[in-house]
Design a protein around this ligand. Sequence first.
Ligand code: OAD
Length: 245
Amino acid sequence: MQLPTSSSIVILTGAGISAESGLSTFRGGGGLWENHRVEDVASPEGFITDPQLVHRFYNQRRAQLRTVQPNLAHLALAELEKAWPGDFMLVTQNVDDLHERAGSQKLVHMHGELAKVRCMLCGEVLPWEGDTQPGTPCPTCGKKKSLRPHVVWFGEVPFALDCIGRALEKCGLFVAIGTSGHVYPAAGFVELVSPFAYTLELNLEASQVASGFFELRSGKATELVPALLKELLAGIQAPVHATGP
Ligand code: OAD
């Protein structure tokens, strides 16, 4: 791949990038959706039906965050952001905080963040480390039964789609890492980039939308992402002209 250093880069990550840190992916053997019904724990209707269950599900996942660390793939993306001369945006579908703990700053959590809660009455978004229960009062407005995980559930609109769309339209390189391509709108991002952009998928196995990418690389994120970093940084030292896909 040859990329002018003035090009902007958009990276999309999914659960596969955090798998080697010890967090379960959603689909496939041992995935989160094997043991939990999506509609029970990740939908507004599920929250209305059984808020205790939903709080418990996210409490467990929030607690698990404290037991895992960013891996070489998260670290490589943070390093790329710092070194890349052009614009850079990291869009993650993950609600874990491993990208920011690795040092990423130009980061968009399009499906929200486990380490935050939101008050459905006053709208306040708050950093949150411990557990929540239906009776936990909102620290801002004091109301009970109003806190919910600051995550996007099925049927809800992901965050920051406008600014993601603008970045996709003008990027020279779009890379999707560790995402199965089952969930839209993220799965459709590869269709939104300019026809002149280079599109690359890094995944253990080809995603549902793999045919939309110019290049596929198959393997573990902790191997493929550091290798991509090396390739792109080599291009900064010896700039080249774009050849396009
Ligand atoms: P999935 O669980 O659907 O897919 C994970 C992908 O990561 C699969 O394609 C795996 O092959 C790949 N993978 C697993 N281990 C890997 C590794 N070590 N290195 C590289 N790739 C690896 O997770 P997502 O695509 O992120 O949404 O799921 C998308 C959305 O569906 C999630 O954000 C969540 C979920 O329902 C909401 O909850 C709204």
